[in-house]
Write a protein that binds this ligand. Structure first.
Ligand code: SF4
Length: 337
């Protein structure tokens, strides 16, 4: 379902914009659509809207239902979430008030190191289903930050993701730079993001500075040279005033080399950005390996010494099938090809 469909249905029942906004506010904050809590006269709902609320509540609750939850030692909790048509996606409650949501069931980019990419794209996640993942997370714990880094490539479901971002940044009360649009890099996203009322922060999955290697690792990502990706991201960072978060999944012997370090220095020096090095979370189904901890730490130190702000991070919940798409793959019994 799309949020816009929901708005149209409310309007057809006589709701005015103030009523729509009030109901969206309750929903996005995981509060019941309960007229007994309404104190401000402008929020009093027309009778047909009030009559429709129980069915609407049931429908919204059914958009994203918790199938199972898997707490990790790092304070994150991976959630397997059922959508209304029986498909499932993953959300992750992150430490310090974040939630990572999925924008697609499966993904067409086909990153060689990702379980989600193995299934291909099964379907888009509607804007209301994205918002519903946040409402579900908020029913579990406080959420102040939403990152679009779960299953799927947000640029491939751009209208729905951007609609969800507008709702979360207004009715949902989430700070604009606490909404993080994560992409492998796509012209359509670079064009649209600066035009939005709610401009999210941008995370860019770079993974390598070598164009040919990038094509092998991210076979169906748009063919944009790493240097051009960095320049496009830098323009957005300067425009919004939020630094870019570059993501780099560290794969042993592949992109943890001295040549890559030199490439990162060449591309990123002086950029308004943070580099996040994320040691790969090995899975038996895929041939990639996690580099030794000391190598990852040495890379972070080397970059920081050269003025490239770098953090060494772990993907959340890696002790509980923490790699993208692993939980869903296990639960549904699908395996890598
Ligand atoms: Fe898609 Fe992200 Fe997995 Fe790549 S890493 S296949 S973009 S979900």
């Amino acid at each position: 379902m799309q949020v816009d469909t929901l708005r149209q249905r409310l309007r057809a029942l006589g709701a005015r914009p103030v009523h729509e906004q009030h109901l969206l506010r309750l929903w996005t904050r995981a509060l019941p659509l309960d007229t007994t809590t309404v104190r401000r006269p402008e929020h009093w709902l027309p009778a047909p809207v009030r009559a429709a609320l129980p069915a609407l509540q049931a429908e919204l609750d059914g958009l994203a239902r918790l199938r199972s939850s898997h707490p990790g030692a790092d304070g994150s909790v991976r959630l397997l979430v059922d959508l209304a048509d029986g498909q499932a996606v993953e959300s992750v409650l992150l430490p310090r008030g974040g939630v990572c949501v999925s924008s697609q069931v499966g993904c067409a980019v086909g990153c060689a190191f990702c379980m989600t990419g193995k299934s291909g794209l099964l379907r888009q996640v509607g804007s209301a289903e994205i918002v519903a993942q946040v409402a579900l997370a908020r029913s579990q714990r406080e959420v102040k930050r939403v990152v679009f880094m779960g299953m799927g490539e947000p640029s491939h479901n751009l209208d729905n993701v951007l609609e969800a971002i507008q709702v979360l940044g207004t009715a949902g009360g989430i700070g604009h730079k606490e909404l993080v649009f994560s992409t492998v890099g796509d012209e359509r996203a670079f064009e649209r993001l600066p035009t939005l009322a709610v401009k999210p922060a941008l995370a860019l999955s770079l993974h390598t500075t070598d164009a040919e290697l990038r094509q092998r690792l991210l076979p169906r990502a748009p063919r944009i040279a790493p240097q051009d990706l960095v320049e496009a991201a830098e323009r957005y960072a300067r425009f919004t005033g939020y630094p870019i978060q570059f993501q780099w999944t560290l794969l042993e012997g592949i992109n943890d080399t001295d040549e890559e370090l030199a490439g990162m220095e060449r591309l990123l020096k002086g950029k308004y950005a943070m580099m996040n090095l994320i040691p790969y979370n090995s899975v038996p189904e895929l041939p990639f390996k996690r580099p030794a901890g000391e190598r990852a730490a040495e890379m972070a130190r080397w970059l920081n010494r050269r003025g490239i702000l770098t953090r060494l991070r772990n993907s959340a919940g890696q002790d509980v099938d923490g790699g993208c798409g692993q939980l869903r793959a296990r639960a549904l019994g699908t395996q890598a090809a």
